[in-house]
Write a protein that binds this ligand. Sequence first.
Ligand SMILES: Cc1cc2nc3c(=O)[nH]c(=O)nc-3n(C[C@H](O)[C@H](O)[C@H](O)COP(=O)(O)OP(=O)(O)OC[C@H]3O[C@@H](n4cnc5c(N)ncnc54)[C@H](O)[C@@H]3O)c2cc1C
Length: 641
Amino acid sequence: MKLESNTPPGPLAQKWDRHRAEIKLVNPANKRKYEVIVVGSGLAGASAAASLAELGYRVKCFCFQDSPRRAHSIAAQGGINAAKNYQNDGDSVYRLFYDTIKGGDFRAREANVYRLAQVSVNIIDPCVAQGVPFAREYGGTLANRSFGGAQVSRTFYARGQTGQQLLLGAYQALSRQIGAGTVKMYPRTEMLELVVADGAARGIVTRDLVSGKIEAHSAHAVILATGGYGNTYNLSTYARGSNATAIWRAHRKGALFANPCFTQIHPTCIPVSGDYQSKLTLMSESLRNDGRVWVPKRKEDCARPPASIAEEDRDYYLERLYPSFGNLAPRDISSRAAKRVCDEGRGVGPSGLGVYLDFSDAIGRLGHRVVEERYGNLFDIYKEITGENAYDAPMRIYPAIHYTMGGLWVDYNLMSNLPGLFVAGEANFSDHGANRLGASALMQGLADGYFVLPYTVGGYLATQKPGATLPADHPEFRKAIEDVGDRTRRLLSVNGSRTADAFHKDLGKLLWEKCGMARTHEGLTAALKAIPALREEFWRDIRVPGTGEELNQALERAGRIADYFELAELICLDALTREESCGGHFREEFQTGEGEALRDDERFAFVSAWEFKGLNGSGRWDLHKEPLVYEEVHMSQRSYK
Ligand SMILES: Cc1cc2nc3c(=O)[nH]c(=O)nc-3n(C[C@H](O)[C@H](O)[C@H](O)COP(=O)(O)OP(=O)(O)OC[C@H]3O[C@@H](n4cnc5c(N)ncnc54)[C@H](O)[C@@H]3O)c2cc1C
């Protein structure tokens, strides 16, 4: 298989404009003759569905929540980047592009990242017009703050609720189309199969989560905007419902999975507090604008109350190690630094796996009211979970799984290797390389949905015959429906002794230990033995109560966890074969003398794109490589010192 990125020719800064000018168009009267399925109603899915419907296509949009408004995007806290340069502090499209490429440790496709930076400039104004209440300066202009890996302030925000406000905006745009009859919305409906006929994506099979009804939906193109797969690790900052089933089912049908081991570990989360926990909570990176990260210099001081530790006995290790970026060093680097000080025995809190995030300086400098205005809801969340008041004593934080840079492989048009299957937002792999910078996921989701797919999906549809789609009794649809039914019956019939959640806990622990913040050949090899064994046990001993013809959340979870068992194996395989460290992928064998990630550009400057070849005890995959060719930037050793 030859991977074709379809990156347009010409100078980097002109590629997108030229491509847009040359892309095939569908005549307005023909647009209503095309059906498009959008799976997902988060920022990427809602914006894509609304934009395509506004253009005149007939759209069906699916989500598993009871309302599109409850997509996981609603959890996003800190902000959204855009190279508007409102602060006049030296920002530009090129600087956002370069920061993103460097932040991703030179493992992203250059042309996609440039386009993202270009398009970012267009996102903010329509969101303001939708009514998104971005923070403003006293004089009324939009305010900005900084996020990791940048030395400018380019992050637009609505307190600590930016995702919620942006999603309400996208939801309004979507609702307008639902009202106009151009989008048919299917809430509480889960896609369980992709239908591929003659090599192209032709539809999906879904299960109504309330009645259990299994249905086929046919279309000229399918867009997956189904979010990330970080919940494979069980404990993460994701909404508990976020899952990998849509992309995994598509992968099993031939869509390549790119860079699965590129998972992001966020340094600023509330530490794990016990074995009963089902999720972790993020304390937004925005807090590092004003909060200072430290641990005691001496192990013996770790148990003392923080206020009693003198200034000279504190180690503000990010400011010490990375003076030019300080507390805003990127996530991968800050997470590893936190792990290192905790491994040295200098961690704080009951588990010893915690570092302080301290606002006393900021409160002294700005006053309690300003700190509350900027971050009040985050302090409230912290108090609700820990019972501690972070205005009086420092927060305790520790790294946790937060985002996945890997995802289904897409070309420049965001189309997978299966014609007609597009992938947007966190579900694709395209823009963040081996480490995503803060506030860039919302930017990417909305760029994909509002500004890229409306062109590129049209370009694909222009090559397809308008009118009838594949009939629902086509053999590929019948087979997909049968497969969904068989799998559901199989899960229900094992009648074993353990819940899906219990298996998920075991899998998550294994993945975190062997393929979390630090990875080794030995650990990954062991994980690759243990995961298939655990998977077999899952299929022997899983217990799913109830039936398939009713609301059955145990059944939903079991199906998703069954998919995690396969994906987890691929994550470890990818991590084992990538014999270098880059971004969030840290192989202990490959590090600099100072403990930083050591890339191997000679051997690994490529995207790993995995083709599913079947499962027989262990999984089998073929590896395809898309070389990363940089025309504009020079690959260099990343430094934030
Ligand atoms: C706590 C937290 C805070 C964050 N803060 C920020 C931030 O400040 N700035 C930033 O840039 N990024 C942030 N992120 C990351 C960002 O929120 C996500 O990457 C982004 O919102 C993902 O959007 P999405 O549209 O791709 O997917 P999602 O919002 O996850 O939406 C997925 C959609 O797909 C649907 N779906 C999934 N599977 C199926 C299926 N099988 N069948 C039917 N429907 C399905 C779901 O119902 C949902 O509608 C944060 C992440 C977390 C966890």
